[in-house]
Design a protein around this ligand. Structure first.
Ligand code: GAL
Length: 386
């Protein structure tokens, strides 16, 4: 991570009000990040509450899938369980495995059970919006977790500054290609049904568009991948590469799962390690690819901070403490489909290249044992990762 608490970077074009809120959100996020140091070990050490959880009832959590990113089961699930129990709740954390019908059925069960709050990281805005409406009719507050449901009705949204995530990816690729004027770039993007993918792409373009326009870089193709499907991401990239005469100089991959699929294709063409590839989520596979030199960077999002923010917001909502909830969610996010502004907690993401991998393991997010085996022992020793 380049810096513990990057100065809040405000984006031109935002309204003054949003800038103020963004400033406070980022400052708050900065404090959260420093205090938690992104310490994100999946065997989280958050102390159980005296009542051992449960006294305040149950909070339901529905995660979207597993195949697209290791984060949901490796990090979000254990950290949400810890954070919610530390706030005196039982945590019922389920995963919809990418199936919208299952997502809806899981929600029905939790609503029928009378959860105090429902936290949803939705597969798409349609199912997320329908679930939030159903919960509202049952008098259950909902929090959009990590992904904003466009046209939805959750009063609060907890995530990272996802435009910033994309900006970090774009800026990193520009750095990696700085000695290659006219370098040819392929963009392999996330699911068009995931508002985060839209925001990642928006941030990437803030960095890359001026260089595309000037000719300093050449965009071969930008392609969104349905469902973040890693297999599809690899085959799509292969088609683009073939169509471009086997030529590519840099790849924007929107997360580590897609980056891994791209690297597999680059390996088949003897290009891995020669073509910088971006990623996101600081997964063990992503960090290993960075240590091998096959992936240039990932974006570390301290999921424990995200889980803790969601848990604290759930406490306020369970008590009907709107002022308390508003005091936590001082940023705002736009929902262009619902034509509404959503009160948000937007946390700070961090760039991780080879030099910063140690900071991710030191933060306890990924264990050294998960990435330093076999051919990577020497790399870990060289970088002081143990
Ligand atoms: C996004 C999430 C990312 C990424 C992707 C795939 O919405 O914010 O962390 O991993 O989903 O699951």
């Amino acid at each position: 991570m380049r810096s513990k608490t990057p100065l809040p970077q405000l984006y031109p074009g935002r309204s003054r009000a949003r800038r103020k809120h963004a400033f406070f959100a980022l400052a708050l996020a900065g404090v959260l990040t420093v205090s938690a140091c992104g310490s994100n070990s999946s065997s989280d050490d958050t102390p159980e509450s005296p009542s051992g959880g449960g006294a305040n009832g149950t909070v339901g959590v529905i995660l979207p899938e597993t195949a697209t990113s290791a984060r949901w089961e490796s990090f979000d699930k254990p950290m949400l369980q810890s954070a919610l129990r530390a706030e005196g709740f039982d945590a019922d954390v389920q995963n919809a495995q990418g199936d919208v019908q299952k997502f809806s059925t899981l929600a029905d069960g939790m609503i029928a059970k009378g959860v105090k709050v429902l936290i949803i990281a939705s597969i798409n805005s349609e199912v997320g919006g329908a679930v939030a409406a159903k919960a509202k009719r049952a008098g259950i507050p909902t929090i959009d977790y990590d992904r904003l449901n466009l046209g939805g009705s959750s009063d609060y949204y907890v995530s990272f500054d996802n435009v910033r995530v994309g900006e970090l990816q774009g800026q990193a690729l520009i750095t990696a290609l700085k000695d290659k004027p006219g370098a040819q770039v392929v963009e392999i993007e996330g699911a068009p049904t995931d508002n985060n993918a839209t925001l990642f792409h928006e941030g990437q373009q803030k960095a890359l568009r001026p260089l595309y326009d000037s000719g300093a870089l050449k965009l071969v193709r930008s392609q969104a991948i349905d469902g973040w499907d890693n297999q599809k991401g690899g085959s799509t990239f292969e088609q683009i590469l073939t169509g471009n005469g086997g030529k590519v100089d840099g790849v924007v991959a929107a997360n580590d799962g897609l980056a891994g699929a791209v690297i597999t294709v680059l390996k088949k063409n003897g290009l891995n390690g020669k073509v910088p590839v971006t990623g996101q989520d600081a997964t063990a596979d992503g960090l290993k690819a960075i240590l091998r030199g096959d992936q240039y960077m990932t974006v570390f999002k301290p999921i424990r901070d995200e889980a803790q923010a969601a848990a604290k917001l759930a406490v306020a909502l369970a008590k009907g403490d709107t002022a308390g909830a508003d005091a936590l969610a001082q940023a705002v996010s736009q929902d262009p489909k619902g034509k509404r502004t959503v009160k948000s907690v937007l946390l700070t993401p961090q760039t991780v290249t080879r030099a910063e991998v140690k900071q991710v393991t030191d933060a306890g997010f990924v264990k050294p044992a998960d990435i330093c085996g076999g051919d990577l022992q020497a790399a870990c020793a060289e970088l002081g990762i143990s």
